[in-house]
Design a protein around this ligand. Structure first.
Ligand SMILES: Cc1ncc(COP(=O)(O)O)c(C=O)c1O
Length: 382
């Protein structure tokens, strides 16, 4: 991670920069791709894609960018010698208009991992903890550890919602209450009322960070409405999931300008113009999200039907990933599956035999089923 000293540092931002740069040396920040690679094994992660491999381990979208997004990116490549800030401005204007926000409430980044890290680095410290769900998205924990903050992991409720009441009760020192909605890895939803509860009961000066990377797969109400009400909430959005642009890189952080100002201490990261125009073309197509939501929902339902028929335990999810019980140590299931060229993962300490599966295409999920059944029928490890 590049940590940039602010041009005119205040004492506070300088101290923050010192703390972060010291932490960043010992605790590297991680992206979804790096987290997936850790489990896939170095040889398979670093090399080119395995021929015939089925990649269901990084919550990517096998459909890729929409045809309109692809054409927009291709058309702008020849202008790649220019910074052309205009494309990003247009993207922000479009999104802000669609969401009923002023443009200054929206900042672009190449994906949502940077603003996730920077929000946590800004609002946690050795004195202000991160409170998060267990299991939850690990990139957030790493950022808090890099800031020297305590990480309070609170188990999800029995129906796999964030246990917001327990989160608030267990972290009176919280600087960030991180609610990934829907959650990664369970793909389960936390109610809008629970987010409102967190805002009403959080410690003063804490922010509620709502990560909506997967919200388009559901019909849930977005927390962006709470941003419009000027609450202490920061929302993250990405084009890496339903929009299929994980490799193109574009995302938003959305919040009150005074809350977002702190993130700028870590530097401004430009979005490539190819990503900016592809993102705008995606937003301009009102049919894209509902179409893709249905494609994924249909394949998810077929997969869940098959899992039920075969008595495999899984957590019903509302997104493009779900957890399934492999009934043996998770790393062993992942290795046996990767021997069959089906890459799945990751695993979380709270559920040591469960493995995350990304929903792929129908053909990919048929390959997943065949490999999973074969692995399940192998004798248990000694
Ligand atoms: C919950 C969550 N937040 C943020 C991200 C970051 O993704 P990106 O940087 O590609 O937008 C991911 C990636 O998988 C994720 O699962």
């Amino acid at each position: 991670m590049a940590v940039v000293l602010p041009h005119k540092p205040s004492r506070r931002s300088f101290m923050q920069w010192m703390a972060v740069s010291a932490g960043a040396l010992s605790i590297p920040l991680l992206t979804e791709q790096e987290l997936a690679a850790q489990w896939r094994g170095k040889d398979k992660a670093a090399g080119p894609p395995v021929s015939g491999g089925v990649y269901l381990d990084a919550n990517e979208n096998p459909l890729g960018p929409s045809p309109a997004a692809t054409a927009a990116a291709q058309n702008v490549v020849a202008s790649g010698g220019r910074y052309y800030r205009y494309f990003t401005t247009e993207l922000v204007r479009t999104f802000a208009e669609q969401e009923g926000l002023k443009p200054e409430y929206v900042v672009t980044y190449p994906g949502s991992n940077e603003p996730l890290n920077y929000s946590i680095l800004s609002y946690t410290s050795p004195k202000r903890s991160l409170v998060t769900a267990d299991p939850g998205y690990e990139a957030a924990f790493r950022a808090a550890e890099a800031a020297g903050a305590r990480v309070v992991q609170v188990p999800l409720t029995a129906n796999h919602e964030h246990d917001v009441r327990a989160m608030i009760a267990q972290a009176p020192d919280a600087g960030v209450i991180y609610i990934c909605n829907p959650n990664n890895p369970t793909g389960t939803v936390t109610s809008y009322e629970a987010i409102e509860y967190a805002l009403a009961h959080k410690p003063q000066d804490a922010v509620v960070l709502v990560d909506e990377a997967y919200i388009h797969y559901t019909n849930e109400k977005s927390a962006i409405g709470l941003v419009a009400q000027d609450k202490d909430v920061i929302v993250l959005r990405t084009f890496s999931k339903i929009y299929g642009m994980a490799g193109l890189r574009c995302g938003f952080v959305i919040g009150r300008p005074d809350l977002l100002a702190k993130l700028k201490n870590f530097g401004k990261v430009l979005v490539p113009i190819t990503a900016a125009v592809a993102a705008k073309a995606s937003l301009d197509d009102p049919t894209l999200v509902p179409q893709r939501r249905k494609i994924v929902a249909d394949i998810r339902q077929e997969t869940f039907h098959w899992l039920r028929q075969n008595n495999y335990s899984f957590i019903p999810s509302a997104t493009n990933c779900f957890l399934v019980d492999g009934k043996r140590p998770a790393q062993e299931t992942m290795d046996l599956m990767s021997d069959r060229k089906v890459f799945i993962g990751r695993s979380w300490p709270a559920l040591p035999t469960w493995v995350r599966i990304t929903i792929g295409t129908r053909e990919e999920m048929l390959k997943f089923r065949a490999a999973f059944q074969e692995v399940a029928n192998l004798p248990a490890s000694s």
